[in-house]
Design a protein around this ligand. Structure first.
Ligand SMILES: CC(C)(COP(=O)(O)OP(=O)(O)OC[C@H]1O[C@@H](n2cnc3c(N)ncnc32)[C@H](O)[C@@H]1OP(=O)(O)O)[C@@H](O)C(=O)NCCC(=O)NCCS
Length: 243
């Protein structure tokens, strides 16, 4: 039997492995926030999407190359982009979808959107999604934002697992997921229906407390956001014992 205990001032996570089964004892999903928290990384600020971003959202959502593997209609007018923004805002209000605008430090332009959809409260699982303005590709921006959003998902929202549903032809996104150590869990035929076509999908996933991920969980706490520290999450101790 293996026992993993993660102690924090506010949280005690216990994972017991017994044979092939894992038993978990910890606080479930936690989406208690009023305004969307701002996340800061080395180069980026992730903030709420607002109506002021309409031009930038339109630039992304009207680009057929960027939208090739995104199962959503291409925006034809600024109003379509406004609808996207309202959906994002509504998702945050109802805590059903949580998306951030990706911006570069010192420049408020929205260059991408990243966040969680398909949030399953009971299973503490959510799907991560991302899109970046074509002019900013291959600069490591999405992986930097992804790292921050995943850390936030595991530590603040308390997700147990995070998945990415990706069209197998979307090599950029598949490689990105693999680079971030997602595992390829499944291949589903005709999984996604969009623009009157069914397409196949890989489901990649990442577990919070799988052995390979423990070092990632600890490193999360070395990069605490300032406001996060003020909420007394000041230390983490991981004990691993074989009983
Ligand atoms: C997928 C996407 C978000 C990647 O964004 P990005 O900021 O360019 O990615 P990064 O620069 O952070 O790249 C990280 C890794 O992803 C992989 N990757 C990214 N773009 C790639 C491409 N065009 N071809 C192959 N691999 C790619 C690489 O492994 C890369 O690491 P490397 O640069 O060290 O080789 C971007 O291509 C995009 O917006 N695509 C359209 C929207 C989309 O498909 N969203 C995902 C839906 S599931």
């Amino acid at each position: 039997m293996e026992l993993f205990i993660i102690l924090e001032l506010e949280l005690v996570l216990v994972q017991i492995k017994c044979g092939n089964f894992f038993f978990y004892f910890y606080k479930m999903i936690n989406l208690n926030f009023d305004a969307l928290p701002i996340i800061e990384t080395d180069r980026l600020i992730l903030r709420a999407v607002t109506e002021n971003d309409v031009e930038d959202v339109f630039e992304i959502r009207s680009n057929p190359i960027t939208m090739l593997f995104i199962p959503r209609p291409i925006a034809k007018t600024k109003n379509d982009a406004l609808d996207v923004i309202n959906l994002i805002k509504n998702g945050i209000e109802t805590k059903s979808k949580i998306n951030w605008a990706i911006t570069q430090k010192g420049n408020n332009k929205l260059i991408g959107i990243i966040g969680y959809v398909n949030i399953h409260e009971h299973n503490s699982r959510a799907e991560v999604g991302y899109v970046l303005n074509e002019n900013y590709h291959r600069k490591g921006i999405t992986i930097e934002a992804l790292q921050a959003v995943i850390q936030f998902g595991f530590n603040q929202f308390n997700f147990h697992s995070i998945e990415a549903v990706i069209n197998p032809e979307n090599l950029a996104s598949c490689n990105l997921a693999l680079k971030y150590d997602f595992t390829k869990d499944a291949y589903f035929k005709d999984y996604t229906f969009s623009n009157n076509v069914y397409t196949d999908a890989y489901v990649f996933s990442l577990l919070k407390l799988c052995k390979n991920n423990l070092s990632r969980v600890t490193s999360i706490h070395c990069k605490l956001e300032k406001w996060y520290i003020t909420k007394f999450y000041v230390f983490t101790l991981i004990l691993t014992a074989k009983v």
